[in-house]
Design a protein around this ligand. Structure first.
Ligand code: NAI
Ligand code: MG
Length: 333
């Protein structure tokens, strides 16, 4: 089977890391057909849209998409909308997956292997806001449907891991919204007797991520909580250069490094491609190529263990040196 992969480089180091991801995909020996599409600030300058319709179509036509990073203007610019947010909405990418795995680098704590499953379509980011001079209101929308959908994915994934889900909420204060999320998640838990379900208040979860991160397997939570906790967790295992994510829907999926376009180092050949490589591993898992995905993760781990580190990790290796080491290890596996 030939997989059709859409590549969206975006801006800044997005170009460098997606090219690296393509080389890694080519080195797997699987059959891929690549399409490239544009998005982001450069696309906006050129076409007047940060997400041209051709790009949306290319993502729709692909089995999976690898996305680099885009630059967003600091001040609101007329007509500019974040393409990744628009893609999530257009394609119904309701889940954001953030694996958090210890890596052999000095900045990473050992013994951590968790997956944060964040609801990606509603909650605090529903866009229902209003304000006048003296009061501002953001509505937090939680539905049974979206809570059920995200909880099911979390329990399904937990069943393939250590079989433990932590439902993170604040139902003691947010009785209506978190109450519904909690109740729905526990309803779903009953469909998975082989998975252990526990609950934890979000403030406690924030603390325990620091004091005992090894205890977590899968965390499932609402949009804003997941956004914050997943960045906190990424810092435990080496930070931005190593953190991948996936946006998953019923029919489409987009994988990306968590980091942005890093204009401060763009074009210098020193961007760390590891986060993108780990996003490629997630993409391969999504395609059902789990064995090759694991080989990719091992090749990445071996490269890091051997001290082939880019400057963000305190080393002197170039992007190319990391690519070559990972590709060569994959070929030997
Ligand atoms: P950033 O993640 O681009 O960079 C933060 C710091 O980390 C910089 O010092 C950068 O050099 C470093 N860094 C990031 N990724 C790296 C890598 N792979 N290798 C080595 N060093 C790396 O975040 P920042 O500076 O806040 O934002 C820059 C631009 O990126 C902005 O326009 C922002 O809107 C955009 N952005 C885009 C995202 C996306 O496309 N998903 C996510 C976050 C920011
Ligand atoms: Mg974030």
């Amino acid at each position: 089977m030939t997989y059709r992969i859409c590549l969206i480089e975006g801006d800044g180091i997005g170009h460098e890391v997606v090219q690296a991801g393509r080389r890694l995909l080519e080195a797997t020996g699987l059959a891929f057909e690549f399409t490239t599409a544009e998005a982001g600030w450069d696309a906006f300058q050129r076409y007047g849209s940060a997400l041209p319709t051709e790009t949306l179509q290319a993502v729709r036509n692909a089995n999976a998409t690898l996305f680099g990073a885009v630059s967003s203007p600091l001040q609101p610019v007329r007509g500019y909308r974040s393409p990744i947010v628009a893609l999530r909405r257009e394609l119904g990418l309701y889940a954001n997956l953030r694996p958090v795995l210890s890596q052999p680098v000095p900045a990473s704590r050992p013994g951590i292997d968790m997956l944060i499953v964040r609801e990606n379509s509603e909650g605090m980011y529903s866009g229902r806001e209003r304000s006048d001079e003296n009061e501002a209101v953001t509505e937090r929308v939680i539905t049974r449907h979206a809570s059920q959908r995200i909880a099911r994915l979390a329990f399904e994934l937990a069943a393939t891991r250590r079989g433990h889900v932590t439902i993170v909420h604040k139902a003691n204060v947010l009785r209506a919204t978190c109450g519904l999320f909690r109740e729905t998640a526990f309803d779903v838990a009953r469909e998975f007797p082989q998975v252990r379900a526990e609950e934890m208040l979000v403030d406690t979860a924030a603390m325990r991520l620091i004091t005992a991160p090894e205890r977590f397997d899968v965390l499932v939570t609402t949009n804003l909580f997941g956004d914050i906790l997943s960045d906190e967790a990424a810092a435990l295992v080496g930070g931005l250069g190593l953190a991948p994510s996936g946006n998953i829907g019923q029919t489409h999926a987009i994988f990306e490094p968590v980091h942005g376009s890093a204009p401060d180092i763009a074009g210098q050949g020193t961007a760390n491609p590891t986060a993108t490589f780990l996003a490629v591993a997630m993409l391969l898992d999504y395609l059902g190529e789990n064995q090759i995905a694991n080989s990719v993760r091992q090749a990445v781990e071996g490269t890091l263990r051997d001290g082939i580190h880019t400057p963000d990790l305190g080393g002197r290796a170039t992007t190319l040196a990391v690519i070559e080491s990972v590709v060569e290890r994959l070929a030997r596996s």
